[in-house]
Design a protein around this ligand. Structure first.
Ligand code: HSE
Length: 315
């Protein structure tokens, strides 16, 4: 018996907000809450199994090769050429198909956990491509703008994909985020299928001007520049129709003095950058009340940008 047998870890990995309007597939940041919790236990079975999933309403696959958390653990072990039994308990602590990087948080937590149990053979940079494969399994595309912030923490730019080039972007200390999830389900796979494959050059010019402006705003702490750069002329016009009361929610957020507002990832969650905690709480409360009035269940979160990424507890 090797000395790993019956070691267990519990890992929390944070949800994330991606795109930040103009930065489709290249920008994302981690949230303090919500997030997913994964418990991994080594055993001598030589196979990876899902022991239990809670909080998913029975929607997630329990077959190891189909569930993102277990599938990325299989890939990890294959890369290391190790035959190791692992049993996984997955506690989903955030809504599925919500645009909050739910599958990414599960993959990142599972990878951080197995890496810890195996005495950290891979760096976080080396875990990233494995986590991206989890995204491919979940939605058909290996984008990194949820897994990278969940794995590294902070706000990140995916400068390029071949190979992944992740740049940490500094964020102003006082930046708060209001995150509201209207309870309608929008699978990322579907939200990507409706996007145009070709875009007019004039739209591309607006978009890359805004990405540059956003990054400059984060570096200089210029909140007004951040706000006016949070404009998306390509993706939002196509996706916002699936999000109930999108324009009214934006109006509420901006009326409260938010810095900027947009779709979180592929939606339906929306987010607003705010100047302080109180403003973020007000934006959440007022948007939630609009949704309640229209009989749309919702959850909301007031969060700073999480700089920590996954948190590992040895059991
Ligand atoms: N960038 C991805 C998209 C994120 O917008 O499709 C998915 O959460």
């Amino acid at each position: 018996m090797n000395n790993h047998i019956s070691k267990s870890v519990k890992v929390f990995a944070p949800a994330s907000v991606s795109n930040l309007n103009c930065g489709f597939d290249v920008l994302g940041f981690a949230l303090d809450q919500p997030g997913d919790e994964v418990i991994l236990t080594l055993n001598d079975s030589k196979i990876v199994t899902i022991e239990k999933i809670t909080g998913d309403g029975g929607l997630l696959p329990v077959e190891a090769g189909k569930n993102t958390a277990s599938a990325v653990v299989q890939l990890f072990l294959k890369q290391l050429c190790v035959e190791q039994g692992v049993s996984i308990v997955l506690h989903k602590k955030m809504p599925l198909n919500s645009g909050l990087g739910s599958s990414a948080a599960s993959s990142v937590a599972a990878l951080a956990g197995i890496n810890e149990l195996m005495d950290r053979p891979l760096s976080r940079e080396e875990l990233l491509p494995l986590a991206m494969e989890g995204e491919r399994l979940a939605c058909g595309n290996a984008h990194a703008d949820n897994v990278a912030p969940s794995l590294f923490g902070g706000l990140v730019l995916i400068r390029g994909y071949n190979p992944p080039d992740v740049v940490q972007i500094p964020v102003p200390e006082n930046l708060w985020c209001a995150v509201i999830h209207p309870e309608v389900s929008i699978p990322t796979r579907e939200a990507r299928q409706i996007l145009p494959q070709m875009i007019p050059l004039r739209d591309a010019v607006v978009q890359w001007g805004n990405v540059g402006g956003l990054i400059a705003g984060f570096y200089s702490g210029d909140l007004a520049l951040i706000g006016r750069s949070m404009q998306d002329v390509i993706i939002e016009p196509v996706r916002k129709g699936r999000i109930p009361h999108f324009d009214a929610m934006r109006q509420i957020a901006m009326g409260e003095g938010a810095i900027g507002f947009g779709i979180s990832g592929s939606g339906p969650t929306v987010f607003a950058f705010c100047n302080n905690e109180e403003q973020a709480a007000n934006v959440c409360a007022k948007i939630s009340s609009l949704l309640n009035t229209n009989a749309i269940d919702n959850q909301y979160y007031v969060s700073k940008i999480n700089q920590q990424g996954p948190v590992i507890t040895t059991l």
